[in-house]
Design a protein. Structure first.
Length: 255
């Protein structure tokens, strides 16, 4: 676990106090594809295979796990980090321009903005995923406390793929986008079918993220945070159940 105690001053109504506060250490990770250096990311040092595979998959450089020939990881110190080498059978011309992808979802980039009507029933959603209302909130509460790093530091995002209230996959990272890289990398590496599973996240859901969710046949998303209007419209258009601000015994059902 990458945690370092750092001396700080904590201010409370009782005054100022010097303490040693546990903080997450960022870990540099460099990704190579077919021998070419692609990008350096700041991450947590766990689940680096998933990070690399998921990053290239979401950028469209890997279509499926059968295209991956070899994955190698070279680890060093926290300061110098790690290098992930991925060799793929697929030689793609997209390598030159994949950084052009933006927060604006590729599903809506060239489309006229539309508003789709709200059509959702909470009880129907619960029955579809085999949960009670109490069970859904208990699942989300357990998810929010599942990351030991978050409990100790509050410094990471979490993501999980759940089925009937139980975690199938779970990852955390200092970067919200890295959690999606790890999750989709984990889905590929473990050959998991997302059907009848729910994606849980601590982060907000912009339209680019909703695009990944739709393209990977995930049909239910719960977040502790908020979606954007673009992601709500995409969810309504494509029949994805979307819940935000799932905290305690409250939530917002958007689609």
């Amino acid at each position: 676990m990458s945690v370092k105690l750092e001396e700080i001053v904590k201010i409370t109504p009782r005054g100022a106090k010097r303490i040693f506060d546990p903080m997450v250490e960022e870990y540099p990770v460099t990704l190579y594809l077919n021998g070419q250096k692609m990008i350096s990311l700041m991450s947590t040092p766990q689940d680096l295979k998933e990070l690399g595979v998921g990053f290239f998959y979401l950028k469209g450089l890997i279509k499926d796990i059968q295209q991956v020939n070899k994955i190698e990881i070279e680890r060093s110190t926290v300061k110098t980090g790690a290098v992930v080498y991925i060799d793929s059978h697929e030689k793609t011309s997209k390598i030159k321009d994949f950084f052009e992808l933006s927060e604006e979802s590729i599903l809506t980039r060239n489309e006229e903005k539309k508003t789709y009507p709200f059509e959702a029933d909470f009880q129907t959603v619960l029955r579809r995923y085999g949960l009670t209302e109490k069970g859904l909130f208990e699942m989300m509460e357990g998810f929010s406390q599942k990351s030991e790093l978050f409990v100790k530091t509050g410094g990471v995002h979490s993501i999980g793929l759940y089925e009937k209230g139980e975690a199938v996959l779970f990852y955390d990272d200092v970067s919200r986008y890295n959690t999606y890289n790890k999750l989709f990398g984990g889905i590929l590496l473990n050959r998991i079918t997302p059907e009848n599973k729910m994606l849980l996240t601590t982060g907000r859901i912009p339209s680019e993220v909703m695009t990944w969710i739709i393209q990977n046949d995930i049909r239910c998303v719960l977040s502790i945070s908020a979606p954007t209007n673009g992601s709500v419209q995409l969810a309504r258009k494509h029949g994805v159940t979307l819940m935000g601000f799932v905290r305690g015994e409250r939530l917002n059902l958007y689609a």
